[in-house]
Ligand binder design. Structure first.
Ligand SMILES: [Zn+2]
Length: 159
């Protein structure tokens, strides 16, 4: 009897196989046994557009570039106008400047995460440097953390 819906020329037109573990898609030829060629978890068929969009979203989620850029922006904000060098000269820590800069940047990022530091950004990129700033909700905390980082001997005798 005639089949009212003849099979398409290719068995899986416009579908891909998606691996939830790897968060990426494969062609049917790459996973003939229905398992991810990378991690061997079962893959599931997914429409082409859906697979592409999911792949893009997955890349977005793992991209570390934004995080790196964010950190660079934080570093640029607190070190601008020679402030980084001034802190460095005053504190005279026993490490090269670039490592000092990285550690203070890390401290400020940590402070922002914990809520005692705030970074203020203009809503759109601005030529007004003053629109970018660090604000301290707890200046004492910053001073204490800086002492702990760069003057460990004073901290140990002071407490
Ligand atoms: Zn996989």
């Amino acid at each position: 009897m005639p089949n009212p819906h003849p099979p398409p020329l290719t068995p899986h037109p416009n579908t891909y196989l998606w691996c939830d573990a790897c968060r990426r898609s494969y062609g049917h030829d790459d996973a003939p046994d229905g398992r991810c060629p990378v991690c061997a978890n079962p893959v599931r068929p997914m429409g082409k557009v859906s697979a592409i969009v999911r792949g893009l979203m997955a890349n977005e989620l793992v991209a570390s570039d934004l995080r790196t850029k964010h950190r660079q922006l934080v570093r640029l904000i607190w070190t601008r106008n020679g402030m980084g060098e001034r802190y460095y000269k005053v504190l005279a820590p026993d490490l090269p400047y670039n490592r000092f800069e990285a550690r203070v940047t890390e401290l400020l990022c940590q402070g922002a995460e914990e809520g005692w530091v705030r970074f203020v950004f203009p809503p759109a990129p601005s030529s007004n440097d003053a629109a970018y700033k660090v604000e301290f909700d707890d200046e004492e905390r910053f001073v204490r953390e800086m002492e702990a980082l760069f003057m460990p001997e004073e901290k140990s005798t002071g407490r």
